[in-house]
Design a protein around this ligand. Structure first.
Ligand code: ADE
Ligand code: ZN
Length: 324
């Protein structure tokens, strides 16, 4: 399999953050346009070393997205970049409570316009995951999910839970996630990125998620690994993020795949991590020794684990088969 063949492969990604998809140059431009100081600290934007520094930049960049046009532009530009790497479908997460003063309904509508333009121009499609910033606590999460359920916008297919897992334990969000589940929304949560296997287990127990974002700690607990195989838990992993946290030990994604787990590969926060969905597939493919069929199986795993309603999921699977 050549790099060109892998780049051309139609791809699906389930784990990509809108606010993490703003190139530094666009973040500066949005700040200028909105009359705000340049985002970031003395470190230099996206020059982070720890997850805490990373999230500091992420929140700073979230703050320069102010108008509906800003959301539209970021959604469109990030999907255009994905489409150049063969992306055909993405579930894009955004954190409404990182944008005080911006109404969720307005933001969803604006992101929807960016998606519609990218679909018309490049054929790439997307849906939205409303992400709970766990550092904002249980009450804020519940208020947000109530608002999303009330909105009942078909573009929003699920909810997520992100930010620092060492700060907001899953138990705090049980009520918000139960409400989302009873409204038919898909549920996913970041866990086991920095935290341990117990945190992944508790996330599965109390939040009713069918997917885990990252979940690398699963490898450290044979019982959780067995349970994940039995229950078909999907792990929406990200190559660059996994390497960043693993350090010299190397990415846990090859052993996760070798263990038979249901795994997909996404780009997480492409410009923040200096990556893209194409680069993620190239790096994973090289490390795992993928054939084109192996790479395709990872894409199909993502499509199967998506939160699209049945008929739309069937259409995506049919498209992937047709275009493969
Ligand atoms: N938000 C965006 N990217 C994230 C990550 N890798 N971990 C936690 N929260 C995030
Ligand atoms: Zn993430």
């Amino acid at each position: 399999m050549s790099p060109a063949e892998l780049l051309a492969l139609p791809k699906v990604e389930l784990h990509c953050h809108l606010e993490g998809s703003v190139p530094a140059s666009l973040a500066l431009e949005l700040a200028r346009r909105n009359g705000l100081p340049a985002p970031g600290t003395d470190r230099g934007l996206y020059e982070f070393e720890t997850l805490e520094e990373f999230l500091e930049d992420y929140v700073a960049v979230s703050g320069v997205l102010r108008t509906p046009d800003d959301f539209t532009e970021v959604a469109y530009a990030s999907l255009a970049a994905g489409a150049r790497d063969g992306l055909v479908y993405r579930e894009v997460a955004f954190n409404p409570t990182n944008h005080p003063g911006v109404d969720v309904a307005d933001a969803v509508e604006a992101i929807g316009e960016g998606i519609a333009s990218a679909r018309a121009e490049f054929g790439v499609d997307a849906r939205i995951l409303v992400a709970v910033n766990r550092e904002h606590g249980a009450d804020v999460a519940l208020g947000l999910v109530r608002r999303v359920v009330e909105l009942a916008d078909p573009l929003v297919v699920g909810i997520g839970l992100d930010h620092n897992e060492l700060v907001g334990p899953p138990e705090e969000f049980a009520e918000a996630f139960a409400l989302a589940g009873s409204a038919g929304l898909g549920r996913t949560a970041h866990a086991g990125e920095r935290g341990d296997a117990d945190e992944v287990r508790r996330t599965l127990d109390v939040l009713g998620v069918t997917r885990i974002d990252h979940g690398y700690a699963v490898l450290r607990d044979p019982g959780l690994l067995r349970r994940s195989l039995d229950e078909g838990v999907h792990y929406a992993t990200c190559w660059s993020t996994s390497q960043w946290h693993a350090g010299p030990a190397g990415s846990p994604i090859p052993p996760m795949l070798a263990a038979g787990l249901d795994v997909s590969v996404s780009s997480d926060d492409p410009p923040m991590l200096g990556t893209g969905i194409g680069a993620e597939f190239l790096a994973a493919g090289e490390a795992c020794g993928w054939t084109l069929a192996d790479a395709r199986a990872v894409v199909l795993a993502a499509a199967h684990a998506s939160f699209l309603p049945g008929t739309e999921k069937a259409a995506l699977l049919e498209r992937l088969t047709r275009e493969a």
